[in-house]
Structures are given as structure tokens and as C-alpha cells.
Design a protein around this ligand. Structure first.
Ligand code: ADP
Ligand code: MG
Length: 698
């Protein structure tokens, strides 16, 4: 009987081919841009007598004696000798009988490994071995070692990359006058980086200062600049409603009603924003300011300008708690001035929601506050003039894009009016980053805290001092103050099921709540986490804000924006699990009033050296810009860009800190290319950014 052989599925890939695909190495260009991590020099042979212990060298030897020994474990020992007669012992703990046979006495071997001085003289443990005679040719270039994976053997990857390098379209797109002098052509640069000739100073490859590396970085930075400057030009052609300040309106009413005066910094940024939205091109501005700097009132003033000009304003926040807090504050500020504020969130459904939607569509609701519910499909603004996004980095790139597209107002003449966009963030962007990624963004910075704040003192304690810390809570509450206790919890999105992990962490926050309720008998201890129904969350927050609860045990749901000035102590459990920017955000929940505030970072042992220095950094500075700088050092710029959400690292080759001169050149040359050779500019962006180009505009 003949068994039919099943035809292989056409899409079936070999293990390594699948691994290539998983790494995104599925086009010739992607392969050509997969650069070596390091190089091995197999172009030279070192006489044993000249090799030093600890050095990695390649030597040519012949096997003198081969034996398998049973010491502590079975091992193959090869005694070898080089041309000059110096001896070398090779030791293999893992070996195949076939290898033992192939490496028989008399065989010539080319051996590469780290030389040691063992009991029996010179030796190498598990070197790379090739059977080769002394007159066999040496490679003409350094051997690349690529970032690989277990399923992707180095030899396979080397072949794939070499093939990709040949097939990839690496035509020189750029006219020479937009390339800094002294840099090789793109194809030559890549050929060089994959196969550097012997004698190339490896240090310049490793620190990426070699001209071939510079060329790649320049290509990438130029593509990025082109994309951003193009986006800026496109925006300049869009129309937006002109929203000039109208004296005697809501804005002036709000300014008069505030219990305090604006800081100079607030006044300055409010003016920057007002000047922007008075123009008929859409604003695209980031308002940054440290935690507690007072961004909300600046946003409210901008909203008031839009409303005075007869337009609507939407304010969107990443969490329901934060959105609700904004809502309350804005109601408190604006309703006395005769303004209706609408509220939209995922949890408000049915009749109430329909009423709000009608008020928004008919233009009765002049200010709409909410979560991303604000950009859902059934929300239609009558005439939206200004959209404000708080804590914009917490929204995914895709959501930010959706916002810009969705809120456009179609005009009868077929054109469209784009609303002005104000984004707010407490995670400051270092200047260089703002200049590059955000070439299509204006930045306003509030660099001053409102007066009368007392600085927050940060203490780092081991978990073993927990009881002492709890005692401190009692003192604080006795003095009429309030306390946050924060537990780590990775908040899954509301739609997601509880995973085993978040279950365990949920247990953590409820357990801590139980423990503190028991230990602090007689003191009101509340519990807040993302799993509570929104109404419960709001109720707990309200009781804490009103002072009915003295202690609030919470997950990071309180991270952004929550504002209870009477809170003077924050304890963060497992502080080592948080990012620096996140700790800074959390810590910003205290020190909002004039009372002296303390933040205690509790850490669990064992704590790594980096872990220690991270917590130390938190204790040493309360300056958000400084923390952002240290964070940047630790994590790289991707995180600032919402890379986690989009999965795209936006700069692969260039390093903003090091490549300032290249960046400056790219900034300078981009306009000429955009104006004189737009097709070349488009091809450059496509080649380097591809699908990521659209993301960079968000
Ligand atoms: P953030 O910039 O972190 O969003 P908020 O807007 O929440 O800061 O402001 C923090 C606190 O400071 C709030 O209680 C706010 O009412 C108060 N505040 C804002 N501006 C001033 C000011 N100029 N003088 C005094 N208090 C202010
Ligand atoms: Mg805020």
C-alpha cells in the first residue's frame, strides 16, 4: 500500500526562517539593516608564544595527542602544538564521538578562544574549532556576530544577512549636497559594517563613531526630520477656527474668581497658548510641567478662551478617576460663571449618556470632560474648537491619531476645520528629544511650582521596617493629616480578564488594606483599585477627598493627577518595582498643600545595585526634569514616546545624546529636500520609517 505523502503547506517555514520572521527580518532591507553586535577577528593567527592569558586569540595548531579522561566528569583532552612547537591543551566537556574522530592526532586545527594558564600550561576550554591546515586561506574580513536567538543559529543568520545585503535596494537616494562630508555611500557603509576589513579599529565600530555608522545614523535622523517637518507643513495648510481672547468673558471671570494668582510661569504658558489658538492654523502644543505645577488651571483658561469665542472644548484624561476630578474642579470653577460642563465616561450609559450626547451635538454643552469615551463614534460635537489631552503619554499613539482625525469638522465647501490640540504631560521631555521627535510640536513649559509648597522629603526603607512606618501613619493621622499607601498593580485594561498575575497583585492590595485596617483600628482606611466598579471608585475618592477616610490604600490608579492637598504622607510598597517616572508621579500626590510631606519608599530584599541607585536617585531629587534625565539614561528614549504602546522603537541607529551634530545637519538639510526633491524625501521616509512614519505624527 502506498501512503500518500502530504504536500507541505506552502506557508510552512523552517524553524530558522520562522525565527527570522519573528525578528522582523523578512525583507532584504530589514536583513541588510540587521547590524552585528560585535565582530570576531579570524583574519589573523597568533603564535602561542605571543598570546597572553585572558586574551581571545586564533591559533593554528596540530593535534599531538587525544584522550578522553574521566576526572570529575568525562572530558576530551587534545594536546596540540603550533608551528613554533609551543603547546596548548584543549578541553571539551561536551563533545561528540564524531568530533573526537575528526580531531585525531596529526590533524591541523584552527582554534579560537580565550587563552588560560592552567595546571598543565596553556589551555583553552571549549574553543571554536575548525579543521584547517596552516596554508588554508584566512577570511578577508572580520566575522560579524549578529543579535540572534536560540532558534536562529549564527551561521544561518550570517548567510541570510549576506543575501539580504546583496538583494536589498540600497540605491543612493540622497543628493551629495545634503549628506555631511566624509560619510560613505549607504551601500558601502552597510557592506563595511557587515564585513569590516582586517585592521579596522573595532572601538570605532563598537562606539558607533565610525563614518559608516555615522552614515546610517544620518540617514535615519534625516528621514525622521523629513517626516516631522512634512507633518508640520501639512498642518500649516490645515485650517482651524480662530479663537481670540474676548475680554469680559468666561476667561476673565475665571481669573477673577480664582483664590490665588497665577504664577509667572502659568501666565506665560497661558499666553503662548492663547496666541496659538487665535491663529487660523491648528495648534499642536505640549504643555509640560512638573507634577503639581498647576497645569489644570492653564487648561481651563484655554478652554474658556475657546468657549468665549463661541466654540466647544473637549478635555480627555486617561483614567476615570482623573477625568472625574477634572470634571469636579471645572464644574466648581465654571458653573458659577454660567457654563454647562458635560461628563462622558465608559461607565455612564443609557438615558444619561444620551442626554449628554444630545447636549454635545446641539452645542449646549460647551465643555466636555471625560475619558477616551470622548472620542467614541457616537460622540458628535457641534463645533469643537479645542481638544485638550491630559497626561497625553498615557494614551496610545493610535488613540492620539484617532483623536486628531475624528475631531475634524467638515465644512460645507468640502474643506475641514481641525480643532486646536493641547497636550499636557508631567513627564518632561528632554530638550533634544523635543527638538527631534517633536519637530512638529510646540512645547510650553511651566518651570515653577506655585508658592508655599514645602518640599517632599523622600526616605528609603527596607520592608523589615514596615511596623515603624505604620506607627508613623498613626502620628500623621493624629495631626489631622491624610496618608496614601500604594501597592504595585499592573492595571489590565477594563476589558481584559483578570490574569493570574493581576489576581495575585490584587490580593496584595486587599491584604495590605486588611492589615492596615486591623492595625490602625479606629482610623478610616479606604481601598481603591482598578477592579472596583466606577461608582465605588468615585465614592472612595470622594470620602478621602472630604477627609472621612484618613488612609487610602491604593494601586497606581492614583498615579495621575489626583489632588488632595491635606495628604502629607505617602508609603510606596515594593517601590523597586516601579519606574522612576512613575514613582515621581506617585510622589506628586503629596506635598500639594503647605504641609510638610514625606514619601517612604519601602523596598524588598534582595535589591540589585541598579535598584538601589534608582531609589537613591528618588531620594536625592524632587526635580522631575532631573528624574527624567536619569530615567532616559536607564531606559533610552523609546519609553518617552509611547513605544511601549506602539511596539516601535523610533530611533534604531542614532542616539540623541551623542549625535547632536548629525541631528543638526539633518534639521538643516530637510527643508531643502522637501522643497526641491519631494519624491526623494518621500522615498527616504518610506525606506527608513515605513509604517512608523504615520506614528511619528501622533
Ligand atoms: P498638575 O500640573 O500636576 O496637573 P494641578 O493643576 O493639579 O497640577 O495643580 C496642583 C494644585 O495646585 C491644585 O490644588 C491647584 O489648585 C493648585 N494651584 C494651581 N495653580 C496655583 C497657583 N498659581 N497658586 C496656588 N495654587 C495653585
Ligand atoms: Mg494634572
Amino acid at each position: 500500500m502506498v501512503t500518500p505523502v502530504p504536500a507541505p503547506a506552502p506557508a510552512a517555514l523552517s524553524g530558522p526562517a520562522r525565527a527570522l520572521q519573528r525578528l522582523g527580518l523578512d525583507t532584504p532591507l530589514a536583513l541588510a539593516l540587521h547590524l552585528p553586535l560585535r565582530y570576531e577577528d579570524e583574519t589573523r593567527l597568533t603564535p602561542l608564544a605571543q598570546a597572553r592569558a585572558g586574551e581571545t586569540v586564533q591559533v593554528q595548531v596540530s593535534v599531538v595527542h587525544s584522550q578522553v579522561e574521566q576526572r570529575s566528569r568525562r572530558q576530551l583532552l587534545l594536546r596540540c602544538r603550533d608551528e613554533a612547537g609551543d603547546e596548548l591543551l584543549l578541553r571539551f566537556l561536551h563533545f561528540y564521538p564524531s568530533q573526537q574522530k575528526a580531531w585525531a592526532p596529526g590533524t591541523g586545527l584552527r582554534v579560537r578562544g580565550e587563552l588560560r594558564h592552567g595546571f598543565f600550561g596553556r589551555e583553552m576550554v571549549h574553543p571554536q574549532v575548525k579543521v584547517a591546515e596552516a596554508d588554508d586561506a584566512l577570511p578577508q574580513a572580520l566575522t560579524p556576530v549578529y543579535p540572534a536567538s536560540a532558534q536562529l543559529p549564527q551561521a544561518y543568520l550570517r548567510k541570510a544577512v549576506a543575501g539580504g545585503l546583496q538583494r536589498a535596494d540600497l540605491r543612493e537616494l540622497l543628493p551629495p549636497e545634503v549628506v555631511p562630508p566624509g560619510l560613505p555611500a549607504l551601500r558601502a557603509a552597510l557592506a563595511f559594517l557587515h564585513h569590516p576589513p582586517p585592521g579596522t579599529p573595532l572601538a570605532t565600530l563598537e562606539d558607533h563613531s565610525h563614518p559608516a555608522w555615522q552614515r546610517l545614523k544620518y540617514e535615519e535622523l534625516l528621514a525622521q526630520q523629513l517626516s516631522q517637518q512634512q507633518a508640520r507643513r501639512e498642518r500649516a495648510r490645515l485650517r482651524a477656527p480662530e479663537l481670540p481672547v474676548r475680554p469680559g468673558g468666561v476667561r476673565d471671570g475665571l481669573l477673577a474668581a480664582l483664590p490665588w494668582g497665577l504664577t509667572d510661569a502659568q501666565r506665560r504658558v497661558a499666553e503662548e497658548i492663547a496666541a496659538d489658538i487665535a491663529r487660523p492654523q491648528p495648534m499642536h502644543r505640549l504643555l509640560q510641567g512638573d507634577v503639581g505645577a498647576g497645569k489644570t488651571v492653564v487648561a481651563a483658561l484655554a478652554a474658556a478662551v475657546a468657549i468665549d469665542a463661541g466654540w466647544q472644548c473637549a478635555l480627555m484624561a486617561p483614567t476615570e478617576i482623573l477625568a472625574e476630578q477634572h470634571f469636579k474642579k471645572l464644574v466648581q470653577w465654571l458653573e458659577p460663571l454660567g457654563l454647562q460642563v458635560a461628563w462622558l465616561s465608559g461607565s455612564r450609559k443609557g438615558k444619561l449618556r444620551r442626554e449628554q450626547l444630545a447636549a454635545i451635538a446641539e452645542g449646549r454643552a460647551r465643555l466636555v470632560v471625560g475619558t477616551h469615551a470622548v472620542i467614541q463614534d457616537d460622540v458628535h460635537f457641534q463645533r469643537l474648537g479645542l481638544a485638550i489631552v491630559d497626561e497625553q503619554h498615557r494614551f496610545g499613539v493610535a488613540q492620539r491619531l484617532a483623536l486628531r482625525h475624528k475631531l475634524r469638522l467638515a465644512l460645507p465647501d468640502g474643506g475641514a476645520l481641525e480643532p486646536h490640540l493641547l497636550m499636557m504631560s508631567a513627564t518632561p521631555i528632554p530638550r533634544t528629544l523635543a527638538m527631534t521627535y517633536y519637530a512638529d510640536l510646540e512645547v510650553s513649559t511651566i518651570d515653577q511650582l506655585p508658592p508655599g509648597r514645602s518640599p517632599i522629603v523622600t526616605r528609603v526603607f527596607a520592608e523589615s521596617r514596615r511596623d515603624e512606618v505604620i506607627g508613623r501613619i498613626r502620628d500623621e493621622v493624629a495631626r489631622g493629616r491624610q496618608v496614601y499607601w500604594v501597592c504595585p498593580l499592573v492595571e489590565a485594561s477594563e476589558a481584559e480578564d483578570l490574569t493570574g498575575k493581576s489576581m495575585a497583585e490584587l490580593a496584595n492590595v486587599t491584604e495590605t488594606h486588611a492589615q492596615l485596617s486591623e492595625t490602625l483600628a479606629g482610623i478610616g482606611v479606604g481601598l481603591l483599585h482598578g477592579r472596583l466598579p466606577p461608582a465605588d471608585k468615585a465614592a472612595v475618592m470622594a470620602r478621602f477627598a472630604a477627609g472621612e477616610l484618613a488612609v487610602l490604600v491604593a494601586t497606581t490608579v492614583i498615579e495621575v493627577g489626583v489632588d488632595v492637598p491635606n495628604a502629607s504622607l505617602m508609603v510606596i510598597e515594593h517601590a523597586e518595582r516601579f519606574g522612576l517616572a512613575q514613582l515621581h508621579q506617585l510622589r506628586g500626590r503629596v506635598g500639594r498643600g503647605s504641609v510638610e510631606s514625606v514619601c517612604v519608599l519601602l523596598f524588598s530584599q534582595p535589591l540589585s545595585e541598579t535598584g538601589k541607585s534608582r531609589l537613591k536617585a528618588m531620594a536625592e531629587t524632587t526635580d522631575g526634569f532631573e528624574i527624567a534625565r536619569r530615567d532616559l539614561e536607564l531606559r533610552g528614549p523609546g519609553e518617552f514616546m509611547g513605544q511601549r504602546q506602539s511596539g516601535d522603537a523610533l530611533l534604531r541607529f542614532a542616539d540623541l545624546a551623542e549625535d547632536a551634530p548629525l541631528l543638526a545637519a539633518a534639521r538643516r538639510h530637510a527643508p531643502r529636500l522637501l522643497e526641491q526633491q519631494p519624491a526623494v524625501a518621500a522615498a527616504q521616509v518610506q525606506r527608513w520609517l515605513g509604517a512608523a512614519a504615520e506614528f511619528m505624527k501622533a
